[in-house]
Design a protein around this ligand. Sequence first.
Ligand code: GDP
Ligand code: MG
Length: 440
Amino acid sequence: GLADKLQDTFRHLRGKGVLTEKDIDSAMREVKLALLEADVNFKVVKKFVADVKEKAMGQDVMKSLTPAQQVVKIVKDELVNMMGGANSKLTYSPSGFTVYMMVGLQGTGKTTTCGKLANYLKQNGKKPMLCACDVYRPAAIDQLEVVGKAVNTPVFTMRESDDPVEIAKAAVEAAEHKGCNVLIVDTAGRLQIDEKLMDELKQLKKNIRPHEILLVVDALTGQDAVNIASGFDEALGVDGIVMTKMDGDSRGGAALSAKSVTGKPIKFMGTGEKYDALEPFHPDRIASRILGMGDMMSLIEHAENSYTEEEALKMEEKLRKNKFDLDDFLEQMEQINKMGGLAKIIGMIPGISERDKQQLDFERGAEQLNQMKAIIQSMTKAERRDPSILNASRRKRIAAGSGRTVTEVNALIKQFTEMKKQLKMFNNPKAMKRNKLFRG
Ligand code: GDP
Ligand code: MG
């Protein structure tokens, strides 16, 4: 992938004490190819390479960095620029009632994203309602109802109407009546941009005046996604982009060039089919990820969101009092599962390359988790509370009870001890910084 290619390029530079123009030229040629291969828009690549070269040549050598590190830093900064700089936040209407209108072609993930967004908003203290304005397919209304149920959010429907404007207006009233403060309007999509679709969306826009129009595009469609985004923006005007299916094997080009081509920021990215698979889009972190610096920040934010504050406090208290036991260990593993599985977590750890990730067998990871569960559940309460009492005969009994080997029981206890150590650090962000685990 792109990450591997760029990392290889920079590995070549690393050994050199001084960089000549020729070194930079040849590195930039490789960067250019890697970006084109990732399906980044040609014009964007050209400008990017020119900007990086100019900065690399014009810059004084910094004492604190090697020349290669300096080039990597320039490339990283330019990647961040290319994606729009800072994270572009979703905004709320100052009136206290916010309407978001979700638009996009068919199958890009609008309806799914409505659910994810409702979930996200609830986590941020909002009270959302969903509104079904895809009037062409009755199944679309059913789908939104399923989504609403899954994220525990009311869904407004009006099956007898085929007028999205009428439906959306009634939904605003219903939402206010119910004490909701956000309305997310799901709209119909088509296979391609056409006049009928745009007219319908323009009417909706004119009549319900959404605070933001969010365009949902599918990362898997690469440069097409970016062209479609431009089309929507020109015809309708959009406020932000949600780039879905970033978990798939997209080559990354759409996410990299959307902002430069359309002028509109990516606000969120979809990273899976589940309703918690929506993340604010942080250009800085994406760039770090591409350049192989890992993404400790996202990891931590993710962990924070998956925990309730109460759970986190409870765990912190236990760690402080040294009362973290095997039941807590099990709970932690279940948290990891909730956070999207080990695969996702491992992917965010600095220093793990795409290549290494592929070599890890994640299916096996999930299986191991279940085996651990069986082992812990074969222990008595006293043993879970205080694993130090686990002598050889107890371990043997547990192994037999769980259908695992004593070696596996031993390994689990070792892992528990390790996790306990690591969690102590996890729960103390200051300690993490001091240890320089942050590199992004
Ligand atoms: P709509 O036609 O635009 O409303 O699209 P849907 O919400 O019905 O989604 C179409 C398909 O894309 C469904 O199978 C979704 O589960 C899937 N999907 C949506 N977002 C994502 C994502 O971020 N990642 C993955 N892997 N699949 C997604
Ligand atoms: Mg839909």
